[in-house]
Ligand binder design. Structure first.
Ligand SMILES: Cc1cc2nc3c(=O)[nH]c(=O)nc-3n(C[C@H](O)[C@H](O)[C@H](O)COP(=O)(O)O)c2cc1C
Length: 218
């Protein structure tokens, strides 16, 4: 008998707290619970090991890409290693306040030209986003928290991490174990809940583009 989908009864891969996420993010039937169970908490605890990170990169590398060029590149540091400050110091103060409790930081890069011919690769960022999502969904399935951040100094990251010119620096991802909301600075505690999404009716339609897709929301 095949295993139940991630997050459904019979599959214990992710903690019970994920059920609470589904109660505020109900899904149409047939949609894998994992999509809604992934969200971006800030309350986290360290304790992420290298094997777990490798599992996340394994998930990332199976993303599709133009010409199968796989433009994504990942640099990482685990907390309390000598690499950690090179990553952590690039974050905006607002992010530093909670990332201080994370177990690892990943810096997401992409190669801007194809490796097979060194020509421009217009979709390098688009394809790298798919790999990032694979990584984050895999983390959810493993009971880990992920939180992507654009709030960092990309120029400093480029310098600290010796990123060559032919690559873009996209985001940092904090990874950790689930933490207690009470551990967050008070102003962040009220935001510690899963967000909602635009309904399908204003993101997808048959045929040509219409004003429905320009609807404000919520
Ligand atoms: C590229 C990117 C950059 C983001 N930057 C930040 C950030 O700097 N700080 C932060 O707290 N959250 C950041 N977020 C988290 C988003 O606010 C969050 O993903 C969004 O509100 C949807 O919520 P969810 O991830 O919980 O579903 C970022 C997310 C992405 C994908």
């Amino acid at each position: 008998m095949s295993a139940a989908p991630i997050g459904e009864p019979g599959n214990k891969a992710i903690p019970a707290s994920a059920d609470a996420t589904l109660s505020v993010r109900p899904l149409s039937s047939g949609v894998l619970p994992l999509f809604a169970q992934r969200w971006s908490p800030r309350a986290m605890k360290p304790g992420v090991n290298v094997e777990q990170l490798h599992t996340l990169f394994e998930a990332a590398r199976w993303a599709p890409s133009s010409f199968n060029a796989q433009p994504w590149r990942f640099l990482y540091a685990r907390a309390e290693t000598s690499d950690w400050p090179l990553f952590f110091d690039t974050l905006m103060d607002a992010n530093k306040s909670w990332v201080a409790n994370a177990g690892a930081l990943i810096c997401v890069l992409s190669r801007k030209v194809y490796t097979h011919n060194e020509k421009d690769f217009p979709g390098h960022a688009y394809d790298t986003g798919a790999a990032r999502q694979n990584l984050m969904l895999q983390a959810t399935a493993m009971g880990l928290i992920t939180h992507a951040m654009g709030g960092f100094d990309a120029a400093l990251a480029r310098k600290n991490l010796q990123v060559p010119d032919g690559h873009d620096v996209h985001c940092m991802i904090a990874i950790g174990l689930p933490g207690d909301t009470a551990s967050l600075p008070a102003p962040l505690q009220e935001f510690e809940k899963p967000s909602q999404r635009r309904p399908i009716s204003i993101i997808a339609q048959a045929g040509a583009f219409s004003d429905a897709l320009e609807a404000t929301w919520p």
